[in-house]
Design a protein. Sequence first.
Length: 461
Amino acid sequence: MRLRASLLIWLMIFIIARTVLGNADFTLSSVNPLKPAPLEKPLDAQLGSLRTAAESKGITLSMESVSDILGNPSGGVSTGATYSGLLDLSALLDLKKSIGWEGASIKTTWIWLYGNDLSSQYLGNSLAASGIAGLTSFRCYEMWFQQNFFADVISLRAGLLGLDTEFVLSDTASFFVNSAFGMSPLFTMNVANGGPEYPMATPGIRLALQPVSWLTLRSAVSQANPFEQQNNRYNFNWNFGPPGGFLSLNEVQADWNQSQKNAGLPGKAKAGFWIESGSASRESSLDQFSFAPPTASAYNSGFYGIIDQQLYRPSIPIPSPFNENNGTSSEKNPFTTQGVMNEATATRGLSSFLRVGFSPEKDAPVSLNSDAGLVYTGLIPNRAQDRLGLAFGYAKVGSQQVQNASETGYRATYEAVGEVSYSIRIHSICIQPDLQYIIHPGGTHEYANAFVVGARVVVDF
């Protein structure tokens, strides 16, 4: 497996280097979905011309730094503060521009995680206060080839996949710092070791169809269990047998009023389900309370629904922070190689999200998950790209874990989090002060509710 992964890496390096060397210019353009507000301009204005030259060759390179400085002055296991850091490095190659291969693209993303995790060290909770915290490592998060057919009606992607880039996500909820508002905890806490979601990834195939402009169907099959972070430090521990398991994740998405030409307010709805199979957990762990992802799972399933809806939009849109060469129209097909809609198309106004899901399995750590929130963009005059957000998330402990807890003298019910956050965009730097309140850390009443205060800092290069 490692030999094949190494060959893939060297092949991608050769193709990108050959294209770059054909024109000495290169680019640094952010495509990372973690950034909480639109990027105004790069740190060095001269990079604009370099970006344009490189993109004409089909190359987009990106580098982004994300830092979470968080502390809990009260509650949890103990009081304390931590720093969590992420450096994201991505290379995207459009093969049509580089060698004339219609509809084909290659992408690789490498992430460097460092620092500590407030939740594991001081809070003792399951809905991690920092959505970027992880084991210190430098690992591959994405390495895939994508081929689109019939004017992007069909899209096929294969390779090392992080499924949280496309599935079980609310676009509005991704603004927040707590991990509960990323990929749904219903998935990440029920699938073995969190499944193929940040910072882990597994080999798989994703098929997407867009039969009409407003309807998208996605389906992915992949290795279900990425194994523990310490046992899979580079995400190349591939296993297609029972230990690795099998995951089928399926989603349908309907959009409305996505063009700014439409009079109505834009929104989207998603519904999906997954099925996981693999090796069974050890017998000794079945009667132990654990409000966390299992290390192995013989069978698991879940169902969810998501709605993102803008509730209010002033008549004047936010000026696009990109020039015409760098901008991306929101009317383009969603199967673009970057995978996310360019935030330059965002408008002032109030957006909302609602997400609900459940698992019918008795031994699921999370039986019910729901979250909802509001994000206002451009609330303060002359601060058109700043954002203010309020969200609440809830995860109910599954029935088997409730029983396990009661047998050991604990009362297990649920864990919940409320979050208020405000992002301030200054050129290519975003500073996001953040407040969180954790209710029932770890799903039990053992620890006092915790108050978290801190900030996220994002720098796009």
